[in-house]
Design a protein around this ligand. Structure first.
Ligand SMILES: [Zn+2]
Length: 218
């Protein structure tokens, strides 16, 4: 076991050296440019699930996407971590697009569909249970359990997009610059493809602003 763990680390460092050499070969200025700073167009909020490497599935490379991942790609307004990521990405990096990417077969969403005590995960999963409650009629009308589960994955992504649009940073930037634009996507393990849920940013914004309009400063 001890030698196995050592081997595993060696493999990562070898991969790293090969990657660095390859980047330099493709573009001798690559690391000089990286050191100069970042100007990514995208903010990606995805699930921590190890099977969804954001850059690999999108073909985006170093410097192109600012990334935050957590269990079930949630955007909770009391989570200082995700709120700081959104604020920094919008106000300072001035990202043009924000993607919330969920995935079918999400363990976090599955756990939230299970009515039982999950210990420390309870408050986190509550956010997904709340999404279920908000869309209870639609979800309960789906007789097939796996289809209901898939739909909750999609609805969860849409609700997290809505949570991002509720932030002052996004509303104020959009009012001035017409960006960032929200996108809700879902990744499928079966074919490796991303599905665009076609979130309508403008419509979603109008839908929430009666209650959540934070465009004006104090
Ligand atoms: Zn997941």
């Amino acid at each position: 076991m001890a030698s196995y763990l050592q081997e595993s680390h060696d493999r990562i460092f070898e991969n790293n050296r090969a990657w660095a050499a390859k980047q330099k070969e493709k573009d001798p200025e690559f690391f000089t440019k990286l050191s100069a700073g970042q100007e990514p167009d995208y903010l990606w909020i995805g699930c921590s699930d190890s099977r969804i490497p954001a850059e690999q599935i999108t073909g985006l490379s170093a410097g192109e996407v600012f990334i935050h991942r957590n269990i079930a790609n949630l955007v909770c307004n009391t989570d200082l971590n995700v709120m700081s990521v959104v604020d920094y990405a919008v106000r300072h990096l001035k990202v043009k697009h924000i993607i919330v990417c969920g995935h079918y077969g999400c363990g976090g969403v599955k756990a939230a569909l299970t009515p039982q005590d999950m210990g420390l995960l309870n408050p986190w999963l509550r956010n997904i249970r709340d999404v279920y409650r908000l869309h209870e009629d639609e979800l309960d009308a789906i007789p097939d359990e796996s289809k209901r589960y898939d739909r909750l994955v999609e609805l969860n992504v849409i609700e997290q997009c809505r949570n991002i649009i509720k932030t002052a940073a996004v509303q104020q930037s959009y009012a001035t610059n017409k960006f960032p634009i929200m996108h809700g996507w879902v990744f499928g393990f079966q074919d490796g493809l991303l599905k665009d849920l076609k979130v309508d940013h403008e419509k979603m914004l109008q839908g929430i602003q009666k209650i959540y309009n934070l465009t004006r400063g104090s």
